[in-house]
Design a protein around this ligand. Structure first.
Ligand SMILES: *[C@@H]1O[C@H](CO)[C@@H](O)[C@H](O)[C@H]1NC(C)=O
Ligand SMILES: *[C@@H]1O[C@H](CO)[C@@H](O)[C@H](O)[C@H]1NC(C)=O
Length: 501
């Protein structure tokens, strides 16, 4: 499951990052501002409260908004970080406005009711609405635009029809949220995780809608949307997504899909043949049926895996022509930009035919040759007798809770010396910025934990097996090297690694 586990694991990284930072700072709110439309708070409007915060703010400030509808446009500018916006429940407190693009004044971006351009933002228990409903002449009408890094939303709702949530850029985490719309209603170039959210379609337009329009425009871009344990429901038929930009990446994971998903699942929009990554992993519900899905979707379900791993009842080391051709075509397609690989595979087959290499040898070489493509490896099993069947190495899953446990352990150990914990986070945070190597990170962490070698050992377990650190370790090599596993991503260090998604 390397293919999918790995982008997913990397998304978890963004997730951990956001949680960590909020854990660290949210406890320590330095100031509280109350907004109440009836005049009993510090301000009557949310924007006034934001205006009162100085640029360059570096302490968490909580803006508590009492129940009610706030009909205003709200913007948090780039230099007002560490704002926590809090309502009294997403059905109690909401911000609404009704601007839309193409009215001669607004663009998609400026149509938004709420926008945040600052890093380190958090919202909870509040709703964002764009009330525009153009009927036959629908237009982009954004409810919330999120453009800062490290932003999170808990128990928030987003209402609109077209382009409801503009998840423009940065690492974001949405938990227990509700997002409603009809067309491209979650779009942008964000690197975001939506966990336990309800995604709900509304019938506001003609035809089949689109939940996502992701905007990844280069294969080196970290961005992507992950929907984990979400509920995809609503009243209108929809595609799961279409690529706004050619490298769009969207993953639905362990989510429920009601009977509203167009059988094709995904649409190409204008990017026919581009390198999009659209995947559905372990989803369930009537909408999650694979029948009719576009054939370019990236998929590797348990079922597909079983299909590949199923041992042929009639074993035969000779490939049938048709099977072999199909397989070869697939290999050639996958390695169309790496001719060497394809040639190497053909050489291997020739060697086998000429009995220069035995079955076991072939199995080994195939496993090595296609190590970044588990489905090719498993597919090759169809040509092998059962006893030579290639098994993928059990992956030690990069578990969010392991990382969390480790971080909490550090926090507890140094509770009287907060400096150490903060330094640890700072080292990780600087990793991406300073373009350091894993080795540099390890060295800094080693200094920090010099009298706590158990922590250092544990930290090393999060490092990729092929990192130089695994070899240059000065502590006993605990369980550092996960054999044969070059994709083991360090949940901690790779938080900010260059490799990105
Ligand atoms: C999904 O959400 C709908 C609407 O809120 C609800 O009726 C349904 O029970 C939910 N399904 C799951 C599996 O959570
Ligand atoms: C980071 O390091 C890589 C590899 O050494 C290099 O190609 C890249 O240009 C560096 N990036 C920055 C921002 O320094």
């Amino acid at each position: 499951m390397e293919l999918q586990a790995s982008p997913f694991a990397r998304f978890l990284i963004a997730f951990l990052f956001v949680v960590l930072f909020h854990q660290l700072f949210a406890l320590d709110v330095s100031e509280h501002i109350y907004v109440s439309s009836d005049g009993y708070g510090n301000f009557k409007s949310i924007q006034e409260a934001i205006d009162s915060i100085p640029e360059g703010n570096s302490q968490w400030i909580r803006i508590h908004v009492e129940k009610g509808a706030y009909r205003e446009k709200v913007t948090i500018p780039k230099y007002k970080e560490y704002i926590m916006l809090e309502g009294e429940g997403s059905d109690q407190t909401w911000i609404e406005y009704g601007d839309y693009a193409n009215d001669g004044i607004h663009t998609t971006e400026s149509s938004t009711t709420f926008s945040c351009y600052a890093d380190n933002f958090m919202a909870r228990d509040i709703s964002f609405k764009n009330t525009f409903n153009g009927g036959q002449s629908m237009s982009q009408a954004v409810a919330a635009l999120v453009a800062g890094d490290k932003s999170s939303f808990y128990r928030c709702s987003f209402f609109g029809i077209q382009d409801t949530l503009c998840d423009l850029s940065g690492r974001h985490y949405y938990k227990d949220c509700y997002i409603e719309g009809a067309i491209d209603f979650i779009f942008g170039q964000g690197q975001s995780i939506f966990e336990r959210c309800t995604i709900s379609t509304t019938s506001g337009v003609q035809g089949v809608g689109y939940i996502t329009a992701h905007g990844r425009d280069s294969k080196h871009d970290w961005s992507g949307f992950v929907f984990k344990s979400c509920n995809i429901t609503g009243s209108a038929q929809t595609y799961l997504g279409r690529p706004w930009r050619p490298y769009a990446r969207v993953i639905f994971y362990e989510s429920y899909m009601a009977n509203i998903i167009a059988p094709e699942g995904w649409d190409t929009w204008q990017y026919d043949g581009w390198d999009t990554t659209f995947a559905e992993i372990k989803c369930r519900g009537p909408g999650a049926k694979r029948k009719g899905r576009v054939n370019w979707m990236k998929m590797l379900t348990d079922k597909a895996l079983k299909h590949y791993t199923r041992t042929r009842s009639v074993s035969n080391t000779k490939m049938t022509t048709k099977d072999a051709l199909n397989y070869l075509t697939k290999v050639r397609q996958i390695y169309q930009y790496q001719e060497g690989k394809y040639a190497e595979f053909l050489t291997l087959m020739t060697d086998f035919k000429k009995e220069r290499i035995d079955t076991e040898g072939v199995a080994e070489r195939v496993k090595e040759l296609f190590k970044e493509n588990p489905d090719l490896i498993l597919g090759f099993n169809s040509f092998l007798p059962p006893k030579y069947e290639i098994k993928l190495d059990e992956k030690k899953n990069v578990e969010f809770k392991d990382a969390m446990k480790f971080v909490n352990k550090i926090k507890n150990r140094f509770q009287h010396d907060v400096h150490v914990y903060n330094s640890f986070l700072a080292i990780l945070n600087n990793y991406k910025k300073d373009n350091n190597t894993i080795q540099d990170i390890y060295r800094e962490v080693a200094v920090l934990f010099e009298n706590h070698l158990d922590l250092l050992d544990e930290f090393a377990q999060f490092l990729p097996a092929d990192s130089p650190v695994a070899r240059h370790q000065h502590t006993p090599p605990a369980k550092v090297v996960h054999q044969d596993d070059d994709s083991e991503i360090s949940l901690l260090v790779h938080l900010f690694s260059q490799t990105g998604l």
